[in-house]
Structure formats: C-alpha cells, structure tokens
Unconditional design. Structure first.
Length: 743
C-alpha cells in the first residue's frame, strides 16, 4: 500500500492547525492595533479578520490543509463579529462608563463599539482606569438635609427685614431726629432691637435693661435672646462675662432670631476654659435646633469690625452663606432698602423745598439776582460757588468687613464660617467642624487674609474654599481632614469671559498659597487648584484622599514643591485640562497607582522621588508640548515607570527607573508587537520553520533521484536484432549525420 498521499495530507493538516492557532492567538491579542490607524469610529474590531490580511491568511491556510477559504465579502466571519461585539460591550459596561480614548478622554460610541490604540488596550489590561477620573468623580459632598423651597424664601425675608432696618436708619439721620438711644422696630410678629451709636460698649447688663422680656437669664445661668439684634455704625456689642457666657438664640417653629452687626463692631471675649458659647435654641425641646427647614438662628456682620476670641458658635444658620451660621460680609452694591430710602428722602425733600418756596413767595417778591432755591435735594445744587463734598463716615456706600478670629470653634453650622468682601482677616487657632455644607468659605472679594493653625474637619462639602475673586490668601499649618468633598479648594478663574450684566472683570485671580498644611482622608481631592495664577503649594502633607493635589483649567505659575503625598486612591499629583505652566519639584510620593499625571497640560516635573507606585510613576496624555520630565527617581511595580505613549511633544529623559519592576502582561506585549506586517512575516517564518522541523523529524534513506522512474527499455522493449553493428557501418552513419547537420 502506498502511504505517501496519506503522509502528505497529514503534514498539510498539521501545518494548517499550526497556522490556525497562530492566527487565532494574533486576532485575540490585536483586535485594535491590527486595524488600520485611520479607521472610522464605527469600524468593528473584527476588521482585521475580514480585511485583506485575513483573506490572505485564510487562503494560505486553505492551500496547506483540507479547509475551505471564506468568501472575500466577509460572509463567513460571523463568529469573529460576534466576538468583537461582545468585546465592545465588555469595554462599555457600567452606567455611563466611558472608554478611554487616545487623549485620555472617552466618549460613548454611537454603535457601542470603538477603535482604540494598542496603548489604550494596554491601559485597560493593566487596570489603568485613571482616565475615567477626568469626569471629576469626586464624592460631591453629603446631601443638604433641609427644605430648599422654604429656606430660600426665609433668606429673602431676612434680606427684606434688614433693608427695612437700613431704611429707617437713613430716615432718622436725614430728619435729624433725636434717636441717640436704642430703639425697637416691628416687622410682622418679630421685633428688632437696634443699638445706636455711643461711646461705651453695649454689654450683657445693657441688654438686660434694654430688653427685659426678650433677653432673659435662664435658671442654668445661660441667657436666652428672643428678638433680633442690630448693631449700627458707631456702636459696639461686647459679649463677655466673668466665668464665661452662654447665649442661646431662639430658633424653633415659632421664630428664629439673629445678631447682625450692620457697620458697627462685634466683640466676643472668652478663654479656652471659660468660653463664650453662642448657639441656637429650640424652646420646645430645650436643646439646640438641629433642623434647618424652618430657618435657624445666625450671626452676621455686614461691614464694620469683628473681634472673636475664645468663642464657640454651635448649630447656627441655614441655606445661604450670609445666613449660614457665622457670616462676615461687606457691602459692595446698593440694596433694595437703600433705594427705597433714597426715594423717600427725595420725596420729603421736594415737599420741604416747595414749602420753603411758597413761604418766600408769600413774604416778599423774589430777587432776580439771588440764586435759585436748592440744596435740599440730593444732586440738586444752587448756582454759584461749589460746596465742599461731605462724607458720611457712619454710612459708607462701600464697606469691607475686617475681622480677627482667635481660638474660636464653629461646630454644626450650615456653613462653618463664611466670608465675603473682607479685607485683612486673621484666623488662627480655630476649629471648623461638622458643617452641613462647606467648612471655611472665602467667597468673593476677600483679600489679604491669613489663616493659620486651624483645623477644618468632617464637613458635608469642602473643607476650605477660596472662591473666585479672592487674592492674597495665606494658609499655613492648616489641617483639613475627613471632609465629604475636597479638602482645600482654590479657585482663581475670572468672574466673566466678556461683557456681562454685572460688568464683572475678566482677569483671573491668584497670589494664594498653602504651606505646611495637612489634607487627609477627604472624599474628593486633598488640594485642588482651579484656574488662577501664582499659586504656591509647598511643604504640605497630603494623604488618603481620592486624589492628592489636582491643578486644572487654565492655571499658570503654579508651584508644587516639597510636598509629601501618601496613599491617595488615584493620582498623587494631577495637572490637566489646559494648565499653562507649573513646576512640580522635590515632592515625595509614596504608595498609589500613579505618581504624577499630566493631561493636556504643561509642567516641569523634576527631581521628584516616587516609591510604591502600582501603575506608572509619571503618566502623560494628550497635548503636552513643552512638558519636561527629567531627573526623577521612580520606583514601584507596574506596567511602566513613564507612560508617554498617548502624549505628544513632551521631553522625557534622565529619569532613574532602576527601582522599577515591570509587570506588563504577556498579552500587552503581544499587542504592542503584533502589527499587521509583523504578523504576516511571523506567519511566513513559522510556515518555513514548521516545514523544516517536520523534515528533520523523520529518518530518510539515500536513493537515486530517478530510481522510481521506469527505464526506456522497459517501456519500448528491446529490438529484434540486438547484435552490435559493424564498425564501418557505425562510421558511415556518423558521417551521414554530420553531412545532414551541415546542410
């Protein structure tokens, strides 16, 4: 039996199986990189199988084995399409989860599939979900427990009440009424005691005499205030008493009261052992008011001066910053009450001018040379010499609040301490904790403030917030820990991008610094810088946050120097979304997925020490022209020390990666190496190698190459006369052949 055909078929089957295994392995490892780079977003990952390369490989396999080549139109690629669809579905699992793209951001594909680069596939395989953070997936703070609709109305009512107080105050000054002693205003069912200008301070003893029914001493020695207090310019309210003072502000379903310093001076003086305690008080329960849905007592200063020492403010405020607990705000624009006051004064002055003119006309004929009557109405002056301008120091049209806060505790307020339009604020040795929203808020137009040795913890939103239009703020030895959202947030964006209804300036803000401070165990970022310029973050300890230090949006001249960052969940330092210039130097980063992350940002990253990283020491994504990564000491265990495959334009050199252990998975290495031409040459080489190995694997006996051919004698047979020809006949035949050839 001839076994040669059987052996040939067996060899073809072995070669076909080998090529099929290699092809399947390559397709599984390179679903994206094998596809053309210019493929459309809707191209399936199975394009490699249905493209020209797939057809060529299938034809080669069919030629070597007893298999049938698939049609060129892809009709036979249904299993591969199903596999690629499953893969696409797998990369988009999760509600709203985005697939990372070439620049680090992801957008959901319209067809549910996407084309990615081999670097993106590497990031997915190594568990590098760090690009998903670009949606700012921070905790966002705890939900506010109050009633938004009701509380917003109550804030507006408080504004109206204070407008009425200012209106009456302006009328009193204009009419020159004898109101040198405190007086009381009524507004519906509430009363407001107005403390007028005088040299001596208003004390607890004065309040007992001025409001015997609404400021009373409790059996336990505390004082209960059941009407509102307003301190006018030139007046000082001093809350202090030997052995400490407890002031309870009525705050229940019936009403809540407030203490408002309206351009005067508010002073509280206690000690660490005998503090002044100001708290809300629910008279029905005999305990502090913990509900905000019906409003809650608060303390506020509108302009003027505030001096707080050895004081505790507990369970105060609701809804807005200005009614949020303790608010120190200036006045930067006219209020409704001021406009109403101007209208009333104008009407009264016109009536007085008309009465004067009628009296003059009745007594004598007017003198033509005399100047016309005037001067009784604001803005209307008689002809002649210009009078010298008058300045009302008691009622300035624009006023900043100045404050000194030392050894003060703000606990359980809506906003711990809220500042706006303040200049020269000094806060030291204080505690802000348990706020319903943010802890310490510097809202707008706060300048030249110093905050030191202050602890901000366990607040429902951010710990410390420096909003837009704040400048010259120095935070030193501050501790922000356990807050639901950001630990410290510094915002420096402009108030407007162009012409606006309020006419706000378009320049950005900055000149703020955070040094020798701690930001730990916050639900969001430890320290976040959003826009602005000339921001310094130096010698801080940032640990246990979602991300450590984040700088984003068009921030410039940002210095991140000498900080220690430990155990942050995603990035230790992240600069992204248009950062124009930043310096990251001398930082020590320990234990985390990524050390420094740059996306569409420019930064000089030098001489940082990183250890215990589990993904990358430095990650670069997107447009990073001008970024420099040099002379860093990178140690850890992950896919690579520096990941710059998704970035363009960055300079990466002279980094010490001797302490880095690569854990790049096998399939990732295959993905990076298996490009289309590489796959083709590898397959052809394997074909030659397999054929050669098959030939070396069996013994071969030496035979004549034509041993299997039949001899001519066996085919045609021997002639009848096989005797040899005579010699003369042989010569004659040869001679005839020669003559024939010559013709």
């Amino acid at each position: 039996m001839n076994r040669a055909p059987l052996l040939r078929r067996r060899r073809r089957r072995v070669a076909a199986c080998t090529l099929a295994v290699v092809l399947a392995t390559t397709l599984a490892a390179t679903p994206a990189s094998a596809a053309p780079r210019a493929a459309s977003p809707t191209t399936s990952d199975s394009s490699f199988l249905t493209g020209p390369m797939g057809v060529v490989l299938a034809v080669v396999a069919a030629a070597l084995g007893d298999i049938e080549a698939p049609p060129a139109d892809g009709a036979g690629t249904e299993p591969a399409s199903a596999g690629s669809t499953a893969q696409a579905a797998d990369t988009t699992t999760g509600a709203g989860r985005r697939t990372p793209g070439a620049t680090g951001t992801g957008t959901p594909s319209a067809t549910g599939t996407s084309t990615a680069t081999s670097a993106d596939a590497e990031a997915r395989d190594t568990g590098d979900r760090t690009d998903a953070e670009d949606a700012d997936a921070s905790a966002g703070g705890r939900p506010y427990p109050g009633d938004p609709t009701t509380e917003a109305v109550l804030v507006a009512d408080e504004d109206d009440r204070l407008d009425e107080v200012r209106t009456v105050s302006s009328m009193v000054r204009w009419r020159q009424l004898d109101m040198t002693t405190p007086y009381r205003l009524t507004n519906g069912s509430t009363y407001t005691l107005v403390l007028t200008k005088r040299e001596a301070d208003y004390t607890v003893t004065d309040l007992l005499a001025l409001a015997p029914q609404t400021f009373v001493r409790q059996p336990d020695g505390a004082f209960l205030l059941t009407e509102n207090l307003v301190v006018q310019p030139g007046a000082t309210l001093a809350l202090t008493a030997p052995g400490g003072l407890t002031l309870r502000l009525a705050s229940d379903a019936e009403r809540f009261v407030s203490i408002v310093n309206y351009g005067g001076k508010l002073v509280t003086r206690g000690t660490s052992t005998d503090p002044v305690v100001v708290t809300s008080w629910d008279r029905s329960t005999g305990a502090p008011d913990l509900l905000t849905d019906d409003g809650r007592a608060y303390v506020r200063s509108i302009g003027g001066q505030v001096d707080l020492r050895g004081t505790e403010f507990r369970d105060l405020g609701f809804w807005s910053g200005r009614t949020g607990g303790v608010a120190l705000t200036g006045t930067d624009r006219p209020t409704g009450g001021a406009l109403e006051s101007f209208g009333r004064e104008l009407r009264d002055n016109v009536d007085a001018m008309r009465a004067q003119q009628q009296a003059a006309a009745a007594s004598a004929a007017p003198d033509p040379a005399a100047p016309p009557a005037g001067g009784l109405v604001d803005g209307i002056l008689p002809a002649g010499d210009l009078p010298l301008p008058e300045v009302d120091l008691d009622d300035p049209t624009f006023s900043y609040v100045a404050a000194s806060v030392d050894d003060v505790t703000f606990a359980g307020n809506a906003f711990g301490l809220f500042l706006s339009s303040a200049n020269g604020v000094d806060i030291t040795d204080s505690v802000v904790t348990g706020s319903l929203v943010d802890g310490l808020v510097l809202h707008r137009f706060v300048a030249n403030a110093a905050i030191s040795a202050t602890v901000v913890s366990d607040n429902g939103g951010d710990g410390i917030v420096l909003s837009r239009a704040t400048t010259g703020i120095v935070l030193s030895e501050v501790e922000s820990t356990g807050n639901a959202d950001e630990g410290i947030e510094l915002r420096g964006e402009s108030l407007a991008d162009g012409p606006s209804a309020t006419g706000s300036p378009v320049g950005d803000y900055g000149n703020n610094s955070v040094s020798n401070s701690t930001a730990s165990d916050n639900g969001g970022h430890g320290i976040e810088v959003v826009g602005g310029r000339n921001v310094s973050l130096t010698a801080n300890d940032v640990s246990g946050n979602d991300m450590g230090i984040v700088v984003r949006d068009p921030a410039s001249e940002v210095a991140i120097v000498g900080n220690r960052l430990r155990g942050n969940a995603r990035h230790a330092i992240a600069l992204r979304d248009g950062v124009l210039s930043a310096t990251v130097s001398g930082n020590v980063v320990e234990d985390g997925p990524n050390g420094v992350y740059l996306r569409d940002a420019v930064a000089d990253v030098r001489r940082n020490t990183m250890s215990g990283m589990t993904l990358h020491g430095v990650t670069l994504v997107g447009a990073t022209e001008g970024a420099v990564v040099r002379e860093n000491d990178l140690a850890g265990r992950g896919p690579s020390a520096v990941d710059a495959k998704r970035a363009t334009g960055a300079e990466v050199a002279d980094n010490d990666t001797s302490g880095w252990t690569s854990t790049k998975p096998f399939w990732t290495v295959v993905r990076n190496a298996a490009q289309p031409l590489t796959v083709m040459w590898v397959l052809l080489g394997l074909l030659v190698l397999v054929t050669a190995l098959r030939g070396l694997g069996r013994p071969r006996e030496r035979r004549h190459p034509y041993a299997a051919q039949a001899r001519m004698a066996e085919i045609v047979g021997r002639p009848a006369n096989d005797a040899p020809l005579p010699q003369h006949e042989v010569r004659q035949r040869r001679t005839g052949e020669v003559h024939g050839a010559s013709r």
